[in-house]
Design a protein around this ligand. Sequence first.
Ligand code: ADP
Ligand code: MG
Length: 510
Amino acid sequence: MFNSTKIEQYFTSLSARDWRAVVLFFYSVLFQLAILSQTPFIQVGFLIHFYGAVLLFFAHHLLLYFTNSKNHVLSFMFDFAILFYLMAQHSVLSSFNLIVLLILLFIAGSELSKTSSLVLTMFSSVCLSLVNLLSIRWEGIQNLFTLVLFNFSFVTVSIISQQFRVQLKDLHSELTTVTKKLRSREEFSEILIQQMPTGLTAFNQSHDLLFANKNLTDRLNLSVNDLRTIFTQTQARGQAEFAYYNPQLQEKKIYEVNQASYEDVYLNETVNLMMLKDVTEVKHLQDQMRQREKLAAIGQLAAGIAHEIRNPLAGISGSIQLLSTDAKNPDDQKLMKIILKEIDRLNNLITEFLDYSKPESRPDQKIDLALVMNDVIQNIKASPHTPKNLSLEIQVNSAMILGYADKLKQAFLNISMNAVQAMLNNENPKLVIKLETFGDEVVLSIKDNGSGMPEEVKKRIFEPFFTTKPKGTGLGLAITHKVLESHQAQMQIHSEMGVGTEFILKFKKA
Ligand code: ADP
Ligand code: MG
């Protein structure tokens, strides 16, 4: 079938050089037909000239084509010369030749420079006069008039084609800038759409996926089916938070879904856009925040109560001490001792708890950790809980950091006393304490050969009130953790069941 758009495409893709060849080709065919229609006066001599000329045209354009050269003023001159030659040979069809000449002049003017166009016009004018002079019969005024008219038409065509060329050039440059601008916009939106931290999809009315951006495919890990399910289930709502079990990730995720639609003129249908954002983490953090606020409020309340319990405890303790001096019965005295011991324990618990609930501030005093650690070691040695046969290996070098000596002493003591307590069943208990400076890092290691901890215990040791000891408070390491955190210290724990435990603390050197 006839395909008009294909032919259209073909013609718009032709360059000025191709047009020139097309014009000359049709010219040759038509000219031949015109000559043949003049039977019975076929002039064999002219036919030889004509075919010679066509061969020259043909060879010339083939050369242009194979050397891939652009239109040039000299090659135009060559064509023109042949045309004028034919005109001189066969004056009957000279007006026909002239029309072709004008067309070629137009093509030349629309592609070549102003000077080249002018040269060609002059050349045509001179050739025309020569042809007129040499071969066409002189018919006075009439002939002169034709000559002027033709010259006039040469100039006009030249000027018009030049203007055409300028306008075409302007249009071209305008088009280039517009295209460039458009392309940069397109690239900008493409990058934006692909890289934005939100997943973007487009569905048509029959729920076929038209588009999915990079974020969606790379990070959200959702298949086309998942997307379709989310799309259909949230379509009525426009904007929604949607909980969805992601089969690829095998976990429940919460997505913030936004939907919008528009009429696509190009696709000629309604396109539904869906934006997806994984807000699981945010939701989780929000929940945690809420929980923390609640806990903080409870903590404050508890701290208040703990503080209030201390006063009556002091009263009870004082009274029992008075009573115990008067008590004669040894059973009563024993009971009172128990009461006093338990009150002591309660007091300790409250002190630790209050310590834990106090907010920490950033330390700014320069202290020597070696002094702190020596204090701790004295405390360990003096403690009644420390086994007599404990062997202590100590290697403590001076190391300056920014910190609170009292708090750090408490923290180190908590770790050390835990170590001592873990070695109670060991026949050869050994505690190794090392304090060294590496570069701008101060490293403290406290290592025991005690019971060690199973993984479940190790995970929970910093939780307040977590303890595995019958009389433990579970606050020691919670406080330690808080102190170390406020000192921006890093902590590593290596523990192996039946082998022992090592706490490694790293501080920044001051
Ligand atoms: P508490 O000493 O009152 O139990 P802590 O917070 O000081 O509370 O310690 C929590 C738990 O961590 C202990 O009950 C114990 O199970 C474990 N733990 C801490 N240090 C060691 C250690 N060096 N060896 C074995 N277990 C330890
Ligand atoms: Mg403890």
